[in-house]
Design a protein around this ligand. Structure first.
Ligand SMILES: Nc1nc2c(c(=O)[nH]1)N[C@H]1C(S)=C(S)[C@@H](COP(=O)(O)O)O[C@H]1N2
Ligand SMILES: [Mo]
Length: 298
């Protein structure tokens, strides 16, 4: 895969202009060296999915099981005011309101591949900041080994949380070195807009080398701990969904292959493409798993 200079989304609006211009520039074979380009070593050069695709085809079970349910029902979610409880093994625990969470963090554009465990994929131009920035600010204490995350629990506004067998709230976790990796971001928006509610407003995790279910939405709690935290899909189906959930074309889901994926927006004849180890981010993250058997630690 290529890590090249890419157009910075925020430098060109609107969306159509961005895409046109990008295609024109790419077609002219001059993707580098114009003033509209900015070096962003973490972004991929692929063309992002459309805003409509990214906000119209979602998994957010708090609003239902259908891919169109989040877009239909997430509008009712109150995301302002919002606060995040940060605790556990940190120097400065407390309830941080959103503005305080963002204080001092640099919001960047990150165009990332996104690969769901269900074998569909997108390319998303997120806005966000490195999770490490927040963790460093609150002070991770020695001995902390994992970071646990929790989504809002509010059945009045999240109809999917009313009844059913799902163990709400949705919870996720990362090992501390994964959480501190520069690719791991807390996303605050996409396509230069505040995070749409169906995508996990106002603040959601994005870990691009892992299956999408790790990227927990609408976060209200972050806890540093010395124990591997429980994670929702692992609780529900531990033989199918592990803690690590690294994108891995060589380790199949028990019920389907992970060797290929269906790019959303590829059209009826768009075809499938090969899934890449660590979703193509292996150069950056493979070393985190040196010595681990990823068929065991799936
Ligand atoms: N709280 C919460 N976070 C969640 C989910 C969810 O149902 N609830 N679904 C996960 C799954 S399975 C995927 S693929 C992604 C989807 O993110 P997107 O809708 O922004 O593409 O969100 C993840 N985060
Ligand atoms: Mo997913």
């Amino acid at each position: 895969m290529g890590w090249k200079n890419v157009l910075k989304w925020s430098e060109v609006t609107p969306q159509a202009l961005f895409l046109n211009r990008r295609q024109i520039i790419a077609g002219a074979g001059a993707l580098v060296a114009t003033p509209a380009l900015a070096r962003n070593e973490w972004s991929v050069e692929e063309t992002p999915n459309s805003f409509e695709e990214i906000t119209g085809y979602n998994n957010f079970y708090e609003f239902g099981y259908g891919k169109e349910d989040p877009a239909a029902y997430a509008g009712a979610l109150t995301t302002d005011p919002w606060s995040v409880e940060i605790g556990g093994m940190v120097d400065k625990p407390g309830s941080y309101d959103l503005a305080d969470v963002l204080k001092g963090q640099t919001i960047e554009e990150r165009i990332y591949r996104f690969r769901c465990v269900e074998a569909w994929s997108m390319v998303v131009p997120w806005h966000g900041f490195e999770l490490s920035g927040l963790l460093n600010r609150v002070g991770v204490q020695p001995g902390a080994k994992f970071v646990a995350f929790e989504t809002l629990l509010r059945p009045e506004e999240m109809p999917g949380q009313q009844g059913g067998s799902f163990p709400w709230p949705y919870v996720e976790g990362l090992r501390l070195d994964e959480a501190m990796h520069p690719l791991t971001i807390l996303a605050t928006g996409l396509y230069d807009q505040p995070m749409p509610k169906q995508n996990g407003a106002p603040l959601r995790l994005v870990v691009p080398w892992k299956y999408g279910f790790k990227s927990i939405k609408s976060i209200v709690k972050i806890t540093l701990t010395d124990k591997m935290p429980p994670t929702t899909w692992n609780i529900l189906q531990s033989n199918e969904y592990g803690f690590y959930a690294n994108v891995n074309p060589q380790v199949d889901h028990p019920r389907w292959s992970q060797a290929t994926e269906r790019p959303i927006g590829g059209g009826l004849f768009g075809g499938r493409k090969d899934t890449l180890m660590f979703n193509g981010y292996g150069d950056h993250v493979a070393s985190l798993y040196a010595g681990q058997d990823l068929a065991v630690d799936y």
